[in-house]
Write a protein that binds this ligand. Structure first.
Ligand SMILES: [Zn+2]
Length: 178
């Protein structure tokens, strides 16, 4: 039977990583049956941790965004969990389709839109392929209603800025366009 892809998507500060960790923890799989991935944006590959804004963490494989992940898959792998999925190269898309066909489930968390409200990297493709898409919301930094846009405060045009809280905030659609 083919595997199932689900996504957790939304703006920054919407709790996407927390939702992914909850999904991993509520699954019946052993840790040895789960492959947890995140993109290595600074080219340091290896053992790393996924951390949530509320302080939870779990060990994961930090890999380059165009990596071949076949060597990380074992005959026991039942779930691939991907954080910051928007940053992975589109090469990854075909690989993930192949793993789904083999019966491996996939859960992917990521930003659906970048700070200019454009579709972000791999995420829209994953959402098209998914059996379930869970939209998550943050709280608008201006008016306090549900937010699904990431607003950049700093005047810096580089797409990937680390140190999120200083540069970005969540906004609702109305306040995003202020
Ligand atoms: Zn607002």
């Amino acid at each position: 039977m083919a595997g199932k892809l689900i996504t957790f998507y939304g703006c920054m500060f919407a709790g996407k990583t927390t939702a992914l960790l909850n999904h991993i923890q509520s699954s019946d799989y052993k840790l040895s049956e789960i492959l947890i991935l995140k993109p290595s944006l600074d080219f340091r590959a290896g053992l790393d941790f996924i951390k949530t804004h509320d302080g939870k963490s779990i060990a994961c494989n930090s890999i380059e965004r165009d990596s071949n992940i076949d060597e990380l898959i074992t005959p026991f792998t039942k779930l691939i969990a991907i954080d910051e999925a928007q940053f992975f190269d589109k090469i990854f898309y075909a690989d993930l389709k192949r793993f789904l066909a083999k019966g491996i489930n996939i859960a992917a968390a990521g930003l659906d839109k970048d700070y200019l409200a454009r579709p972000f990297g791999l995420m829209p493709l994953l959402m098209q392929m998914a059996a379930d898409n869970h939209e998550l919301f943050a709280k608008c930094n201006v008016c306090g209603t549900l937010a699904n846009y990431t607003y950049r405060k700093a005047d810096n045009k580089v797409l990937v800025l680390i140190g999120a809280e200083n540069y970005y905030e969540a906004r609702c659609e109305t306040c995003y366009h202020l």
